[in-house]
Design a protein around this ligand. Structure first.
Ligand code: COA
Length: 146
């Protein structure tokens, strides 16, 4: 496995990975717009020369944020997301005092990953996500101090 910076044309790769990892789609133009926003950058995890995971992050005003992270189903539980998070933290830490992220209350896998990386809960957004079946799900806000 190799982790690469997501370059200028990577919005296509990120949009495809997002569609493979999540229930919903993220249109390429929206991904491109976000990736061209101030302070936003990304990483792609390659397995056998194929994109298999990604993380998008933002660092602005000494605050880092994970915007999205995913591993394609066939490559899960192999350490990709942990490697992506560890690299993202290493990149962000010199430029930020803390990192924040949101995780669905119905997502114990991701929550376990973040807790194992020293994130802790600092807030709750009620009914923040709307799932494909229409369910509303709370978002827990997690923070990791650098
Ligand atoms: C959450 C997700 C990113 C984890 O990716 P992954 O590459 O499989 O994660 P890793 O193999 O690096 O696992 C890291 C840790 O996460 C936790 N974890 C991951 N999958 C888990 C599962 N199915 N059950 C319980 N814990 C899990 C464990 O703590 C694991 O550490 P361990 O393997 O040492 O026990 C992946 O399941 C995914 O893409 N899910 C859909 C998208 C999503 O929910 N993104 C996060 C939104 S906040």
């Amino acid at each position: 496995m190799e982790i690469r910076p997501a370059g200028g044309a990577a919005f296509k790769v990120i949009a495809a990975l997002y569609g493979a990892c999540f229930e919903d789609d993220w249109p390429e133009p929206s991904v491109a717009e976000l990736m061209n926003s101030p302070g936003v950058w990304g990483l792609v995890a390659m397995v056998d020369a194929t994109p298999a995971g990604f993380v998008l992050a933002r660092v602005i005003a000494r605050e880092a944020e994970i915007l999205a992270i995913g591993t394609v189903p066939a490559q899960r539980r192999a350490g990709l997301a942990r490697a992506l998070m560890t690299r993202a933290i290493a990149i962000a830490a010199p430029h930020a005092d803390a990192m924040f992220l949101e995780v669905g209350a119905d997502n114990p896998s991701a929550r376990a990953l973040y807790l194992s990386l020293d994130f802790h809960e600092v807030g709750l957004r009620r009914d923040y996500y709307r799932r494909a079946d229409g369910r509303r799900v709370d978002a827990r806000i997690l923070k990791c101090e650098f």
